[in-house]
Design a protein around this ligand. Sequence first.
Ligand SMILES: Cc1cc2nc3c(=O)[nH]c(=O)nc-3n(C[C@H](O)[C@H](O)[C@H](O)COP(=O)(O)O)c2cc1C
Length: 220
Amino acid sequence: MDIKEAIKSRHSVRQFINKPIADDLREKLEKLIKECNEESGLNFHIVYDDPECFNTFLAHYGKFENARNYIVLAGKKSIEDLDERCGYYGERIVLEAQQMGLNTCWVAGTYGKGKCKSELADDEKRVCIIAIGYGANEGNKHRSKPIEKLCDIRGDEMQTWFRNGMVAAMMAPTALNQQKFFVTLENDEAVITAKKGMMTKIDLGIVKYNFEAASGHKCR
Ligand SMILES: Cc1cc2nc3c(=O)[nH]c(=O)nc-3n(C[C@H](O)[C@H](O)[C@H](O)COP(=O)(O)O)c2cc1C
């Protein structure tokens, strides 16, 4: 499965089967998380076999079943773009997990915050977590805003790379499926901005990752 297929087939999965993640996949995930931490200066870590984090009213309300593994996305509070950076590197992990045959769901609200096993220093903050495991289903395609509400380039003026980026951006997970981002073109470079709202900076990082992965062009 290539990255574009991973972007297309990824949907939030909240129901998992009761099977521990295989050892070889654990190794791959840990290597990937280490790489992301080294590159980003963040402090991501993975917690296996801890269903307690999802054993709360909120998690049940959010329809989580058999969720027992999660990646904690955290970093130093002093990092100015902490939320966006967590979004960007978290999405890299989500898409690689999809390619490994695992399923995921970004979770910022519906989990037990007091029960989450984060290993954090005082100067660090947990931004959100990503539930991960073998899905009991593949999730569902989300409804998207039309492309003309998400960028200001007219269809007939859109270059192929930009269109590929937009299609992937529209498939990106965003909190409450809010899609509060907007893409413009400045000197042949895509510029993605977040509108005001809850968690829109995490979404921004996620959307940027999807756009870059599918278009092959760095964006700003
Ligand atoms: C930053 C962020 C936070 C999220 N928090 C939650 C959450 O607390 N509970 C939940 O069930 N889903 C959560 N989601 C999943 C979104 O609801 C989901 O990504 C969105 O509806 C789009 O659907 P899709 O991921 O299937 O494409 C979150 C997603 C993102 C990106």
